[in-house]
Every structure is written in C-alpha cells, then in structure tokens.
Ligand binder design. Sequence first.
Ligand code: NAD
Length: 279
Amino acid sequence: MESTQSHGAERSPAAQTAAAAGPGGRPAPDGPRFLTGRTALVTGAAGGIGRACAVALARAGAAVHVVDIAADAAKEVAAEIGGTCWVTDLADPDAVDALPADADIVVNNAGLQHIAPLQDFPPERFALIQRVMVEAPFRILRRTLPHMYAGGWGRIVNISSVHGLRASPYKSAYVVAKHALEGLSKTVALEGAEHGVTSNCVNPGYVRTPLVEDQIATQAVAHGIAESEVVEKVMLERTAIKRLIEPDEVAAAVLWFCSPHTGYITGASLPVDGGWTAH
Ligand code: NAD
C-alpha cells in the first residue's frame, strides 16, 4: 500500500509561525512555542494518544507530519493543526520507507492490541503487531536519524507502555513488541548521544482511548468477568491512582522530553502509570 500525502486545508497560526521561522530557525529557549522551526513526525496521530501528541507539538510551534492508516481522521487532525497528512499502513515496509525523512522529532506511537492465550494466539496477528510496533519505528528512525544528526539535534519519544516494563497474561505480542521498543529506544539513545539526539520511552498505564475501550469486551471474556468489572478489576487493579489516564497527560510527558531542559535525559523510560510499576 502506498503512502498518500495531503496538506491541511488551512495552515494554523502555529504552523504559519513555524514555517516563517524556516528550517534554519531556532526555537526560543523557553516559552510556549519552544519548538518553532522544528518538524515532528507522529505515527498513529489520527486519534487517541497520537492525536494529543500532534496537537501538543503543534501548539509548541512544531510543523507536524500526521501519519495514520485512518485516512479521514488523519486528514481532520492535519487540518486542525496545520500539519501534513500521510495516509500510511505502517505494516507495509515500502510505505514506511516512503515517509518523510526530515523530522527533528519522532513520536513512535501507532499500535494495536490482540488478547488471547498463547496457545490460541494467531501467528499472523503476532507478526503484524511486531511489524507495526517494532519494525516501523526502526525503519522510521533509520531514515530520520541522518537528518537529526546533520542538524545536531533530535528528540525521539517512543510510546511504550507499562507492558514495556511488566508482562500481563494474554498479551504476548503486545508485551514482546513493547519490550523490543524499549531496547530500540535505548540503543538509539547510545548511538545518538554524540549527535545531540535523545531517545526515551513514555510508559502509560491504561489511557482513556479507543484502544482501551475496544479491549473491555475481550478482557471480560478472557478473565471470565462482566464487562462492567473490567476497568476496576483488571485495568485499575495494579494502579494506586484509581482512574484511567487522559491522552493529554501522556502528551504532556512527550512534550517534556522535547523541551529545552531535558537534553540530558536519554535512554530513560518514564512511567505515567498511577503507581502500577511501584509494585
Ligand atoms: P488508538 O487505537 O486510539 O490509536 C492508535 C492509532 O494507531 C490509530 O489512529 C490507528 O489508526 C493507528 N494505527 C494502528 N495500526 C496502524 C497501521 N498499521 N498503520 C498506521 N496507523 C495505524 O490507541 P492509543 O490508545 O492512542 O494507543 C497509542 C499508543 O499508546 C499505542 O502504541 C499503545 O500501545 C500505547 N499505549 C496505549 C495505552 C492505553 O491505555 N490506551 C496504554 C499504554 C500504551
């Protein structure tokens, strides 16, 4: 499948300022628009956490490549923030390799879930999850790192999960993919350090997004409980703070990793998990 590109109908004031600063523009060291002159690429940006990240980065002044397979929603987000829309299936290596290489910031966010005991887990679903959540981030980084190295600055934020740090039953492909993403992030942190590039993970617990809402029915079957009990008994069982996380709270952590005062933080994994991994 090909990548198709379209621009938002109108460039927002945020994007206009970013464009005016030009590729050589330097962001103000502080202030709300500290990413002016930077370009960000966000995968899975049509909804959920990815959309929140794209909006937050655009508000901070970045020009944003909005990448997603969901064409209509991705175009809406791009139009809203004055970004560029790339309708791309991240499971297709050729399509991934056609994405732009000019990003100073990459947020590897797109993901999907499948819940089944290991003996019933469909191998093709396992392979798809690795392609979208491990191979695509690898391919995107190998293409964008030369641009970051040339500019002496780059920020990579990988949306991992508590499942990058801990396992849960019935999520083998997802847990494997997130642990692999952690390894990729740390390797890039070591390679990118001398070029001014940091690479970090954000590790949310359960965030209020379609990905989680879609899980409630399957989790109920897998655990043999009612759907009404899934949030409290499965999703929030291990968190000290008994509520779901909002996408904006994850985006705030992503933005922080791109901010002027976090250049020494690399190879890190930041739990945004209400205390889940404190156990
Ligand atoms: P979501 O389902 O709301 O959004 C995921 C986005 O990825 C969608 O817009 C979808 O179209 C896109 N996508 C999926 N497959 C794709 C493909 N093949 N090509 C291109 N785009 C594709 O999910 P979300 O909850 O916002 O999750 C975003 C990330 O956050 C994922 O990596 C997920 O693992 C991670 N995460 C989510 C939670 C949570 O509780 N929601 C918790 C921890 C980590």
